[in-house]
Design a protein around this ligand. Structure first.
Ligand code: ATP
Ligand code: MG
Length: 429
């Protein structure tokens, strides 16, 4: 196929054989969020470029080199959203729904776009489920976010394969003091830093902490520690969070080098990481961003949130073979009809059954075919039962009911009794 007719590198089709697992994952998360009282919000996929520059920060990987930015026909600079927080904050401000201290507990799902080097677990169009809470500033809500994800890992059967890393970046004041101390220390060791870190030292010094360069890491061993610069308020907040995680029994490791890529975090930051996916080990990441709403032109409004990468979590379910058996079967019953008269009767019968059993997954054979070929299709569909309408059944106003998996003889069921019979033998999702 010519290149122009292929999908863009790093932007993937999710094929029919993969969608059942995606839908299982998405519906599991959606149910959990409903149960904890979160409401869904849906934002546009494209926003003004300025929004992301202002919120994410000019000197971040995303804004410096990962955004899909273009000019539209009006000459406006637009960008395909690289993450959801910026648009969510814009939306709540635009609609005034966080005004007067109103608490909002929101979640969203959808594609995000970043021009990164595609590899396993890292794509240019990828999908996130994200969540943002506004106007709650205590550690209790930070804890709730983490507790909820912990429950999710449990329900998905991947809890043993993820680890929680935790840090506090402090208030913007304490972070400012720490930044100064760090810059002073690193400047004294300037020559030993890698080139990227030398650049970051000027633009975004905290990001030097998560360098992958071994020489720079060696310099960092004796660098000032963020924890020593936390003010009383940040310290109490962090202790409050840890106490709540301890109360629920959620293990965590403190990672003083966890700073997160985006500019806007303060106090709590966390990541759920796994060693099951190779290099792309972070499956869910988030933190508190008490200054962001104000920075974007709103009244001071505390905020906290996280985002999880759906591709990485689906990969984990596959890698750990945590795929529930029932999600791959998509047909309960397959109706075969032989001859035109039977076909018409079959269609009408199927609709009557659907009226009575709206959740039944009933597939009617299309494309006619011999007894043998229709049966083959019924079997291939994965259905538990085949319904058969031939000359004999038509004469008796019955339908042949044949179990396709395991034991049981074929029986004849009167048309009127079919729905009731199916209700007893098919567990409906
Ligand atoms: P990473 O360090 O892996 O680049 P990040 O810090 O850039 O991640 P966030 O912006 O915090 O990621 O996004 C939250 C989550 O979204 C990540 O933890 C990850 O699971 C997922 N994610 C981020 N970028 C990608 C990508 N390019 N492809 C697939 N998933 C991604
Ligand atoms: Mg990234």
């Amino acid at each position: 196929m010519s290149k122009s007719l292929q999908a863009i590198r790093g932007m993937n089709d999710i094929l029919p054989e993969q969608t059942p697992l995606w839908r299982y994952f998405e519906s599991t998360v959606a149910r959990l969020l409903d149960n904890y009282g979160y409401k869904q919000i849906r934002m546009p996929i494209v926003e003004f470029t300025e929004l992301f520059k202002r919120s994410i920060g000019e000197v971040t990987d995303i804004v410096e080199k990962e955004m899909y930015t273009f000019e539209d026909r009006n000459g406006d600079s637009l960008t395909l959203r690289p993450e959801g927080t910026a648009a969510c904050v814009r939306a709540v401000l635009e609609h005034g729904i966080t005004g007067g201290g109103q608490v909002q507990k929101l979640w969203y799902i959808g594609p995000m776009f970043r021009h990164e080097r595609p590899q396993k677990g890292r794509y240019r169009q990828f999908h996130q489920i994200g969540l943002e809470v506004f106007n709650l500033d205590g550690p209790d809500i930070d804890a709730e976010l983490i507790i909820m994800t912990w429950r999710l890992w449990g329900e998905l059967g991947i809890r043993d394969a993820v680890k929680l890393e935790l840090n506090s970046l402090g208030t913007s004041e304490s972070r400012g003091r720490y930044r100064e101390a760090l810059v002073e220390y690193l400047s004294a060791h300037h020559d030993k830093l890698d080139e990227d870190s030398q650049r970051r030292l000027k633009t975004n010094p905290l990001r030097v902490l998560d360098t992958k360069n071994a020489d720079t890491q060696a310099v960092l061993v004796d660098a000032p520690k963020m924890a020593d610069y936390l003010d009383d308020e940040s310290r109490a907040h962090f202790e409050g969070l840890k106490a709540r995680l301890d109360a629920v029994g959620i293990p965590y490791v403190l990672n003083p080098k966890l700073v997160r890529g985006l500019d806007y975090y303060s106090k709590t930051v966390f990541e759920w990481v796994t060693d099951k996916l190779g290099a792309q080990g972070t499956v869910c990441a988030g933190g508190r961003y008490d200054g962001l709403v104000e920075q974007m032109g709103g009244k001071p409004t505390p905020g906290v949130g996280f985002a999880m990468g759906i591709e990485r979590l689906v990969l984990m379910l596959e890698t750990l073979e945590q795929i529930p058996a029932e999600i791959s079967r998509q047909v309960d019953v397959y109706l075969c009809a032989f001859g035109e008269e039977a076909e018409l009767a079959g269609l009408a019968l199927a609709e009557r059954v659907r009226d009575q059993l709206p959740n039944l997954r009933l597939q009617v054979n299309a494309g006619a075919g011999s007894f043998k070929s229709q049966f083959k299709k019924a079997d291939k569909s994965g259905a538990l039962y085949a319904l058969i309408l031939g000359d004999d059944e038509m004469a008796g106003q019955v339908v042949g009911f044949k179990p396709l998996r395991g034991q049981g003889e074929q029986q004849s069921i009167a048309w009127d009794a079919l729905a009731a019979h199916l209700a007893t033998c098919v567990v409906q999702g």
